[in-house]
Write a protein that binds this ligand. Structure first.
Ligand code: ZN
Length: 117
């Protein structure tokens, strides 16, 4: 099976997040370079590079998942104002934290990401 380099990450945590997403969706993701990083806990170093590799035929699906992940993170960095009570909610919330109203969001149109442990 021919593998290609799918992505490069500065931290193990970031690589692990995407790896979990890809593996959770049934892709045969492989992490390379991680052994160069110190083991355990949060890795503060910016010198570490971790690569994710995928079989060639899974790269298309992997890119879709990566786009979903980035869109979700982007959404989480925005705020949505509740039309009922006016409280601000993170952009990836589906219900207002304050009054429980369903929030208007274009994100509901696309499949939700499963939680990555
Ligand atoms: Zn509200």
């Amino acid at each position: 099976m021919k593998r290609v380099r799918f992505s490069v990450h500065r931290t193990v945590g970031e690589a692990r997040l995407l790896e979990g997403l890809l593996a959770g969706s049934g892709l045969s993701v492989e992490v390379r370079g991680e052994s160069l990083a110190p083991l355990g806990g949060e890795i503060p170093s910016t010198e570490t590079w971790v690569e994710l590799w995928l079989p060639e035929e899974e790269v298309g699906r992997g890119k879709e998942l990566l786009e979903e992940l980035e869109a979700d993170q982007e959404a989480a960095s925005r705020t949505v104002e509740c039309p009922k009570c006016g409280e601000e909610n993170p952009g990836n919330f589906e219900l207002c934290w304050s009054c429980g109203l369903e929030l208007p969001s274009e994100l509901k149109a696309r499949p939700r990401l499963r939680a990555v442990p």
